[in-house]
Unconditional design. Sequence first.
Length: 368
Amino acid sequence: MNKIFTVNEYVPDYLVTPGEILEEYLKYTELSQASLAERTGLSKKTINEIVKAKSAITAETALKFERTLGRPAHFWSNLERQYQEDKTRLADKIKMEEELHWLDIFPVKEMAKREWIEPFKEKTQQLIALLRFFAIATPAQWEKIWIRNLLVAFRKTEKSKKDMAIISAWLRKGEIDAQEQQCAKYDKQMFQKSLYEIRKLTLEDKNPSIIVPKLESICAAAGVAVVFVPALRNLGIYGATRRFNDKYIMQLSLFRKSNDEMWFTVFHEACHIIYHSRDELFFEGKGVDNQKAKEDEANTFASNLLIPPEQLSHFLTSGLTPTLQQIRRFAASIGIAPGIVVGRLQHDGILQRSWGNDLKERYEWVGN
């Protein structure tokens, strides 16, 4: 479920200083600055600097004003607090206006359409909404947090800053969705045992509303949050895995929407979770070639778990191209969806890419 967090942020066009209000009270009470200084025990200089907004109204001064001017101390303290906040917001707005170019590298309209962020016509407000989405204070923090991690993950691949922006937005949405899931602490043995239960889900109804809750529940019990985040335009990534506090996130984009590719990605990412470093960020997708040895290992793991190699070898002993009916029977015998067998045979060059696709299930996702 998409959720936009809205914060009402008032940025004033001008500042009213506590000194201006104090000066109005002095006129009303017919007191001079010198007289107020004498009544409060403060110096004339201090009173004059408060009036000119060169000095702040302290808690002690607010209490003295309460006794001499008749307005409670919190009134004067709040004036000072609001003034300091407004002054900071105005200064921050000027800085944000200098950072508006940061918006250009993100698919802001697409993110707003998907309800990941709130849309604004005013660019500064849109920039602030994007910062809130990433839970960072400035664009510089995005550079430090996201670019650093993505450069490590893609150290063998050239990625532009625009590529990094799209990937980071997609990953951040996965973090937000994962935070909403109740997960146990990660249990490696439990997760490993659950893979065979997950494998049975390939035979379930093709409706994601039936499959996804079951997959999420099985994985959450072992400390893995499975999140489906639709691919942003030009993302080119099927899935990603990383450690997140006491759990793992397995994030799937459905860049391809057929069941053979989706389930392959699930078990590919499962391999990373079980066997590879907890401190690394792993991607699977178009043009991703980082850490080839581990990616090859994850590919082999997913292929063999879905279709055991001995059984596949026995099925292909005749050397003839199998018929659709034979594929269905073989898939039923090993307890897997026939579309997954088709996908494997196409990958191995036994079937042409255009043949047998009617056996694949195509998943349709609301909002994608």
